[in-house]
Design a protein. Structure first.
Length: 272
């Protein structure tokens, strides 16, 4: 049985909070709430967060999240994966993977949100999925008991049996033994999922929430102006890069032709 607990949360939309400002007191700012999930014994959860922050701050906040895991100790938190990539546009794409003691996973995610907000970042998505590992363990345990019972029955029927009948019973016994082993492996996997909760932090660079509604016309106009200025500047540099070498070559050719023409005319003007 699979328990779908996908929660995709749109955070940091319009609304105001407060953040201290050195010059003018408090300004409005959105804050992402902690993600609360009702305790569900027997459910193996997986947490995934996507954060956005200014590119220069992603490395520091990623290191802060890793340090928070290390402070918990390897018995309660392990870093399982780490990635940090910068593309040609200086955009950052990074991630951290953790395995935490189940009772710490929710608080770890909440503290991770606080750290990203302290770095002038924001939460883009928060998703929590879960599998009903308890129900799966019960199902596998039932399959194992059934296989064990069938094996005992076959063992009793095998006594005194010979020929093809005995070979068929032994084949069936082998199948039930294999089924019991698969059930044991499945139970072990489900118990491991319950013992450690995967948590993933993904980081992307970009503009975080501002002190006013990001959907307002003023914000849209400001974003459009910045994008237009970047495009204009980039296009101008590209055109200069393409046109400057031929222009320099043309100017050099014109200068050389002028020197040659003046020299020719001066030579032709001399008396014989």
């Amino acid at each position: 049985m699979r328990l779908g607990l996908g929660i995709l949360i749109a955070l940091l939309a319009s609304g105001c909070g407060s953040v201290p400002d050195d010059s003018s007191g408090d300004q409005a700012r959105d804050h992402a709430p902690g993600i609360n999930v009702t305790a569900a014994p027997g459910v193996a959860f997986r947490y995934a967060y996507t954060f956005r922050a200014p590119a220069p701050r992603i490395s520091a906040v990623q290191e802060a999240h890793a340090a928070a895991c290390e402070r918990l100790g390897i018995a309660r938190c392990r870093i399982t994966a780490m990635r940090y990539a910068r593309n040609s546009d200086n955009r950052i794409d990074a991630s951290l993977g953790f395995r935490l003691a189940p009772e710490l996973a929710r608080a770890f995610g909440r503290d991770g949100i606080k750290a990203i907000e302290a770095a002038e970042g924001m939460v883009l998505t928060a998703q929590i999925d879960g599998d009903d590992a308890g129900a799966r363990i019960e199902q596998l345990a039932g399959e194992r008991e059934t296989a064990a019972t069938e094996r005992v029955t076959i063992d009793s029927r095998t006594v005194g049996t010979t020929g093809e009948a005995r070979a068929e019973l032994e084949r069936q016994r082998t199948d039930f033994v294999a089924a019991a082993r698969r059930a044991d492996v499945g139970v072990a996997a489900q118990r491991a999922a319950l013992a450690a909760t995967p948590v993933t932090f993904a980081y992307v660079s970009g503009q975080a929430a501002r002190s006013f509604d990001a959907t307002s016309p003023l914000t849209y106009a400001a974003d459009l102006a910045v994008a237009s200025a970047r495009w204009t500047f980039g296009t101008t540099l590209a055109l200069l890069g393409v046109a400057l070498p031929p222009l320099m070559l043309a100017l050099f050719g014109f200068w050389a032709w002028s020197r040659f023409a003046r020299a020719w005319h001066a030579r032709g003007a001399r008396p014989a």
